[in-house]
Design a protein around this ligand. Structure first.
Ligand code: ADP
Length: 398
């Protein structure tokens, strides 16, 4: 079964075509700067074929047309006919409380995704455009929506409501939703395989540490708590996002900086986090370099990031009354040995002992990085949200 996975952003389209009979990636690509004159389409086809084109891609519909042309191209395409694509899986950021699992997309589902736009004004509109463009190009191909929020719908109510007037939850849907669910689910299943126990029998803390970062407490295969909330701004300090702050700071910043509510939200989303603290970059590679060269604010930013992760891990171990393993994933979690070392330092009381040598070796590869006598195992697991989406499609449609 060949499954196409689509992930649309406001000006981007990422795609992967996978053969799900053996979980092999056939082709993938990325269109960026859609709507600009210098849009870029990068395509990776068969036998290591790579092509980068700069041209004007006016809309997501054009990007999808372009993608389909590449996939069926005689020389570097991977399928003879578009009809070979048996299913399309769409990453949808917000499913609200309506979607607790992935669903086949029909007009009702599309409307329900539209109804969640208020909850994810930056993401859901782009996801809807992607779905509509595919409906236009390949109307007969079944499509599945896989939601970032769905995995977290098992979080108990006492953990997802905020201690503010209940009417805000009832009338405006104000509650914790959580994000990165597809990634947390994928890595938790991988670790269960590596430990050799069903995911339903183990407790895990999954640390998705990328530009956006979140932590999830996974009890017997189910998310019971996560660090992101009503929006992806809360929890950890991130590349450019503040993470959780004192809520009274918002009006204080508005006054000090003479900003509107929207400008302040933007400030906390785009100019804060490790970028705001370091004044250098949101990218951990730049921060590590600067810190090694003696830049104190870069060093501080890394310390703040690691400290918050450590606090969440400790909290979630407490909430679950112990865990079997901790998982590090996404750009920083998979590649940054120093950050993993800072996070796990002095956590032997909670059962975590990092194997320093193995930790240094684990860069972008699946690996156990705890010592043999560590009561809690520590794993580095490269995430693969696209594969998880394709698996969901296969599961639902078969
Ligand atoms: P997102 O998908 O949220 O945009 P990623 O998961 O790609 O983010 O993570 C981006 C982060 O990962 C950046 O801070 C980047 O510096 C870090 N990163 C990626 N590769 C490496 C590496 N080899 N060493 C250290 N940090 C890395």
């Amino acid at each position: 079964m060949k499954v196409l996975v689509i992930n649309t952003g406001s000006s981007s389209l990422k795609y992967q075509l996978m053969d799900m009979d053996n979980e092999i990636l056939l082709a993938k690509g990325l269109c960026e700067r859609i709507g600009f004159y210098d849009s870029v389409h990068k395509y990776y086809g068969k036998n290591g074929y790579y092509n980068k084109t700069v041209k004007n891609i006016k809309s997501h519909l054009e990007a999808i047309e372009d993608m389909l042309k590449y996939l069926v191209n005689e020389d570097y395409g991977v399928i003879a006919d578009i009809g070979e694509i048996e299913a399309i899986g769409h990453r949808v950021v917000h499913g609200g409380e309506k979607f607790t699992e992935s669903v086949v997309i029909d007009s009702n589902v599309l409307q329900a995704i539209r109804n969640c736009i208020d909850l994810a004004p930056l993401h859901n509109p782009a996801n809807i455009i992607g779905i509509e463009a595919c409906m236009h190009e390949v109307p007969d191909t079944p499509m599945v929506a896989v939601f970032d929020t769905a995995f977290h719908q098992t979080i108990p109510m006492y953990a997802y409501v905020y201690a503010i007037p209940y009417e805000l939850y009832e009338n405006y849907g104000v509650r914790k939703y959580g994000f990165h669910g597809t990634s947390h689910r994928y890595v938790s299943k991988r670790v269960a395989k590596l430990i050799g126990k069903p995911v339903e029998e183990i407790n895990l803390v999954s640390c998705h540490l990328g530009n956006g970062a979140s932590i999830c407490a996974i009890k017997k295969g189910k998310s019971i708590e996560t660090s992101m909330g009503f929006t992806p701004l809360s929890g950890l300090a991130m590349g450019t996002r503040s993470g959780s702050i004192d809520p009274a700071l918002i009006s204080y910043i508005m006054e000090c900086k003479n900003m509107s509510a929207e400008e302040t939200t933007n400030y906390l989303n785009k100019q804060s986090g490790v970028l705001g603290l370091s004044g250098i970059s949101s990218d951990f590679r730049d921060l590590l370099k600067a810190s090694k060269e003696g830049n104190k604010r870069a060093e501080l930013a890394i310390e703040v990031f690691a400290y918050r992760v450590k606090k969440y891990i400790a909290e979630y171990i407490g909430v679950m009354n112990g865990v079997d393993a901790i998982i590090f994933t996404a750009g920083i979690g998979e590649n940054n040995a120093l950050v993993r070392q800072l996070i796990t330092k002095d956590m032997d009381y909670l059962g975590l002992i990092l194997n320093q040598e193995k930790n240094k070796l684990a860069t972008g590869i699946e690996m156990k990085v705890s010592t043999d006598d560590s009561a809690v195992e520590i794993f580095v697991i490269p995430t693969n949200e696209e594969l998880e989406i394709a698996r969901e499609c296969k599961k639902i449609l078969q």
